[in-house]
Design a protein around this ligand. Structure first.
Ligand code: ADP
Ligand code: LRH
Length: 518
């Protein structure tokens, strides 16, 4: 069978990329055609996404995807495809995934009312109490199954209450739905990402009307729900002109939450797997058939976000490589020579640094905001009576040991709370490139780690489109088998003395119990 070409737009918190996936029933390759930085900007005290610059990156990337696919499509042959999909300059369809929870507000004419606010902005400080006063945390968890994160959409809407923009809003579009709207003129709310708003009931996989009502949120702001695989419009004429695409090109809904697409992109060959999607965040947990809404699950701050094909993403948010990114940024700003390009050297030195000397709680919201990350890590070590890292390499080791420990804790808790057993841990996302993090995670968990693909979100995005277009068929296990047989993967067996990790975990738990850790 010949290959079809799908464009995956994947906007992460650190970079945006457009990738072209070439898919046939037994073949899958991914080509990066465009990557651009995602650089938020603080304006008058509020941290915003540069949404137009990101959209320009999407347009440029689609132009590059069109060129790439056209060059790869052999002229004169007719691709086998679903009748509802159209073939355009060799591009069968486009899918969009981005980070969760954030949104743009549109007025009645469809114009964007304000630049979207970044989830790391502090406007949500203090809103948790307001929400809890109306809906106590146990009731909110029972209704939505989401872990407490201070920035989910309900808290942002609470913070935005009374603002002129919200008052004038006719529509609210989550970020991938906003990009999709600009490309096609058609509005929808994709379900996996909608589940991160804290306004979806994970049992019915539909809006949680009573939650919205209690919080005074107008669900009519959200366009109708769409599911991964649904058609989501065709590119507007002006977008065709802008990108050089020549024929009608459909957009297909995918798991538009990047983590939902990344979980599709986990190359598991067994049901007994845990995954860690490691990029700016580490999202560590299990894929389940049904939500776990117990009080113990709430207390452990586990989330039930919705996945593709009726699944539940039962996981916990861990600060992730954000902590390292922010340290690297701080060291660069101080004139230290450690920059992004020196990451490999820094990781090499960190691998030689003393192990488990100091660990911090990588789930602590104290690390959420930008700026001063090395100082915040040093403070956390000082407060818990541990040695303060002195060099970038020592700080990096502290971050990676702490992430591995948080990965282990999440995977242990997920098993305990769901009653499932894990035999292998898959690490996908940018962190799959970080051999030290993968090795430490294998050691901490006492389980084999399979690392890769780093671009799991783009691959999951491509596969859901490819299935909708008839280029591949089957369930998630079939899509994963294709990933496993086509993508380069690396395996790390656990080594070393696991009791050192037990001791570090106990030390941290004790410090937390006595309130020493922020
Ligand atoms: P996001 O999707 O949140 O933007 P990514 O999945 O792209 O994030 O992951 C970005 C992170 O991956 C970087 O901050 C870096 O720590 C890590 N990473 C990417 N490439 C490499 C590499 N070659 N070596 C080590 N780490 C890497
Ligand atoms: C990762 C991610 C994560 C969300 C966060 C806001 O990119 O989508 O799943 O919790 O961003």
């Amino acid at each position: 069978a010949r290959e079809l070409h799908f464009a995956a737009v994947d906007l992460g918190a650190s970079s945006g990329r457009v990738m072209v996936g070439e898919v046939a029933p037994d073949r899958l390759t991914l080509h990066e055609v465009h990557r651009f930085p995602n650089q938020p900007t603080r304006v008058m005290g509020t941290l915003h996404w540069n949404i137009l610059s990101l959209y320009q990156g999407v347009l440029d990337g689609l132009g590059a995807a069109a060129t790439h696919a056209a060059a790869r499509t052999t002229p004169g042959t007719t691709p086998r495809t679903n009748p509802r999909t159209t073939h355009s300059a060799g591009l069968t369809s486009i899918g969009i995934d981005t980070w969760a929870v954030d949104y743009g507000l549109l007025d009645a004419s469809g114009a964007l009312l304000a630049n979207p606010v970044h989830y790391r902005d502090t406007r949500t400080a203090g809103t948790a109490g307001k929400v809890a006063a109306v809906l106590p945390p146990p009731a909110l968890y029972a209704a939505t199954g989401l872990q407490h994160l201070p920035f989910t959409t309900i808290y942002q809407l609470m913070a935005a209450r009374g603002t002129p923009a919200l008052a004038a809003a006719h529509r609210l579009l989550l970020i991938p739905d906003l990009i999709s709207y600009w490309l096609t003129g058609e509005a929808g709310t994709e379900l996996t990402n909608a589940s991160t708003t804290q306004l979806i009931d994970p049992r019915t996989r539909d809006w949680a009307g009573p939650v919205a009502e209690a919080l005074g949120i107008d669900l009519a702001l959200f366009p109708p729900l769409r599911h991964p695989g649904d058609p989501a419009g065709t590119l507007r004429e002006e977008v065709l002109a802008e990108t050089g695409l020549t024929a009608p090109t459909p957009v297909t809904a995918v798991g538009s939450h990047d983590t939902a697409s990344a979980v599709v992109g986990v190359p598991a060959t067994t049901r007994d797997f845990a995954y860690i999607a490691t990029g700016t965040w580490s999202l560590a947990g299990l894929e389940l058939d049904a939500p776990v809404l117990t009080e113990a699950s709430r207390a452990a701050n586990f989330t039930n976000e919705l996945g593709v094909d009726g699944t539940v993403r039962y996981l916990r948010n861990i600060m992730g490589l954000w902590m390292l990114q922010e340290c690297v940024r701080a060291w660069g700003a101080q004139g230290n020579r450690t920059t992004r390009t020196d990451l490999t050297a820094l990781l090499r030195e960190a691998a030689e640094a003393p192990p488990l000397r100091s660990v911090v709680d990588a789930g602590d919201p104290a690390f959420l905001a930008p700026h001063h990350m090395p100082d915040r890590i040093a403070d956390a070590c000082r407060r818990t009576g541990q040695p303060v890292p002195r060099t970038p390499a020592e700080t990096t080791r502290c971050v990676l040991d702490s992430l591995a420990l948080a990965h282990r804790r999440a995977i242990e808790d997920a098993q305990r709370l769901s009653g499932r057993k894990v035999r292998v841990v898959h690490i996908v996302g940018g962190g799959a490139h970080n051999a030290l993090l993968c090795r430490l995670t294998a050691d901490a968990c006492g389980l084999p780690v399979v690392a890769g693909p780093a671009e799991a979100a783009a691959l999951g995005n491509v596969l859901v489109q490819a299935r909708a277009a008839g280029a591949v068929s089957g369930g998630l296990a079939d899509l994963r088998a294709l990933l496993h047989s086509t993508q380069p993967l690396r395996q790390y067996e656990p080594t070393g003395d696991r009791s050192a990790w037990d001791r570090a975990a106990a030390r941290l738990a004790e410090a937390q119990a006595t309130g020493q850790v922020t």
